[in-house]
Design a protein around this ligand. Sequence first.
Ligand code: GLN
Length: 295
Amino acid sequence: MQNPTTVEACLRQAQSHGLERVDAQILLLHSLQRTLHDRAWLLAHDSDSLTPAQSAAWHEALQRRLQGEPVAYITGLKDFFGLTLAVDARVLDPRPDTETLVEWALTCLPEFKPESRSESTPAPSNGSPRILDLGTGSGAVALALQHTRPDATVWAVDASEDALAVARANAARLQLGVQFIASDWLNAVDVQHTGRFDLIVSNPPYVAEGDPHLAALTHEPLQALTSGPDGLDDIRQIIAQAPTFLSPGGWLLLEHGWDQAAPVQALLREAGFEQVQSRRDLSDIERCTGAAMPK
Ligand code: GLN
């Protein structure tokens, strides 16, 4: 592969290898050590030359992307729900689809009234919504919720110490007070200590073992992706465990695969949940299913 010498030539090279334009732009900004949000800069500087060091960085970034590595692992950064997260191969690359889960979760919380809580508007237990994110990975969902609802108390769980290290670092850098617990789903969560939750959210592993789709995901941690022969093992466990951790009327929202809305709805009904429903993602696929505990 010839090393191109200008901004425009780099982008053309990426295009000729089938890279998406936005991916190429982000990788080029990374190689030029510019902020990844500055895509307009590239347009205004298309005839700028690259230094040999920038050119070498571009070559490496392009090679890694062409071998299937997510852009986020190459740059070390990913935007999610208005936050910039640090990510690497210890955690799943946060998907825009998961913003559907966050948006829905926000609508399940009592309205945020920072000033105007009066005698006539009873506060929820303890005054602030209590939220748990199961399998937090980079912390994306928990941090997005805490950022949008500073009044909430947010806990986040992961079974992987590696993932918790990534999530804790993101929380510290973004100065968001999420509390982290090392736990395999709810096994090590002490409800005496946390209290019951008003909302439990999760983007668990949900790809079936042996799914051909996995061939494109070899750079991401397998334990964050697969879940038994039908992809539902972890979702079954979460649905079985959640009721004793939820307040009356509390919500459980789960992200799942494109064909799993019906089985997840059935599992929630069998477990005694009410108001069972699903939500569509940006590609119009039923991507999240949730339900509430009886009041
Ligand atoms: N949405 C991912 C994919 O199918 C899977 C993420 C997950 O298992 N939670 O590419």
